[in-house]
Design a protein around this ligand. Structure first.
Ligand SMILES: Nc1nc2c(c(=O)[nH]1)N[C@H]1C(S)=C(S)[C@@H](COP(=O)(O)O)O[C@H]1N2
Ligand SMILES: [Mo]
Length: 345
């Protein structure tokens, strides 16, 4: 579908960032082009490239290998826009910060390690192994897992247990829709996710000094996984996910601390019992399985009452009070009715 993106072409090509393209497309879309309400086209790279081959977009950044099928899907199909979000008034964290301030310990523990070390990370081909309590067991190509679904944009807060936060426009598919297709059986009470093991690509997996027992693992209770707010993300800012953000497939569970949102997933395992998880294994007194954002329950080393919203502009960090369930309490608090959230942290 060809839409003229005049506004983005007015910007000198050297200044076109994925973010600028994204914002200009959004304001352009807001002019009303006969696109059905709630549906918008966020495939910036396609149209901008179509009109001006010198425009720099996310496609030209060091975003590592991008699956062709995913680029084609992003460019060829409408992306369902986030609707009715309470975040409408919060400004998005710039692409620059989203893609250079990262936690991805497979690449190193510094915030800048993932973006500087993930340049050659290769994500194509990629497959996901489906195991455990379900009908559709086996290895499935990522393309086949995702292709039947519409991509959706979800603007979510991401709150790290280290007490910083961002607002990120993800592109993804509701996790529940994908899990349903795998036909979990009645014994599936939890779902476990596992990150790729590949010391050639992840330098820290070959290090003798790494504290994590690879692979990184996470999990959700089945009802948490089926909740409509839980997504599997494949992109952000209208384009394919940068490697440092967990390409090609990562979990995003916005009401939980960021460590639950596991990156570069290669295995989905349905289980009867609660899986062990990476951070809870390392430090059970500090990190629990549930990890719901909770201003009333402090981490032993960090108060969780407030958070630092990135980017930090100037000298004074922008502190915002932390909300129960990261602001999603109306949607998810009922999942934990009757549970002592101090005990099940
Ligand atoms: N495989 C893997 N997934 C991971 C991590 C990691 O180190 N390895 N870090 C987690 C933490 S602590 C956070 S806060 C988020 C950060 O996501 P972002 O870098 O996209 O902001 O990823 C989570 N997922
Ligand atoms: Mo985190």
């Amino acid at each position: 579908m060809l839409i003229r993106t005049k506004s983005s072409l007015d910007i000198p090509s050297s200044e076109i960032t994925p973010e600028a393209v994204y914002h200009s497309r959004r304001s352009f879309m807001g002019l009303g082009l006969g696109i059905p309400a709630g549906v918008s086209l966020l495939s910036s790279a396609a149209t901008v490239h179509g009109q001006n081959s010198t425009a720099r977009t996310a496609a030209d950044l060091n975003l590592a290998a991008k699956p062709r099928w995913l680029q084609q899907k992003l460019q060829g199909e409408p992306v369902v826009a986030a609707s009715g979000s309470s975040l409408a008034k919060e400004s998005l964290t710039p692409f620059e910060d989203v893609s250079t301030y990262n936690n991805f310990y497979e690449f190193g523990t510094d915030k800048t390690d993932p973006s500087t070390r993930a340049e050659n990370f290769s994500v194509d081909p990629w497959s996901v192994e489906v195991t455990g309590e379900c009908v559709k067991q086996g290895k499935i190509a990522l393309e086949d897992l995702i292709k039947p679904h519409f991509l959706e944009e979800r603007v979510y807060r991401l709150r790290c247990v280290e007490a910083w936060s961002m607002v990120i426009p993800w592109i993804g598919v509701p996790l529940g829709e994908i899990l349903k297709k795998l036909e979990p059986n009645a014994d599936a009470k939890f779902v476990e996710f596992v990150t790729l093991v590949d010391p050639k690509q992840f330098p820290e997996q070959g290090s003798r000094f790494a504290t994590i027992d690879w692979p990184y693992r996470e999990g959700l209770r089945m009802d948490e996984a089926m909740h409509p707010l839980s997504i599997l993300a494949l992109g952000l800012y209208g384009d394919v996910l940068p490697a440092q953000n967990g390409a090609p497939l990562r979990l995003v569970v916005p009401w939980k601390y960021g460590f639950k949102s596991i990156k570069s997933i290669v295995r989905i395992n349905f289980r009867k019992d609660m899986p062990r998880t990476t951070w809870s294994d390392l430090q059970p007194s500090e990190y629990g399985f549930y990890a719901n954002v909770n201003p009333a329950v402090d981490h032993p080393r960090w108060s969780q009452a407030a958070e630092r919203r990135l980017p930090t502009a100037g000298l004074i960090p922008s502190r915002v009070p932390t909300l129960p369930f990261n602001g999603y309490a109306d949607d998810v608090a009922s999942l934990y009715a009757g549970m002592d959230l101090r005990r099940f942290y």
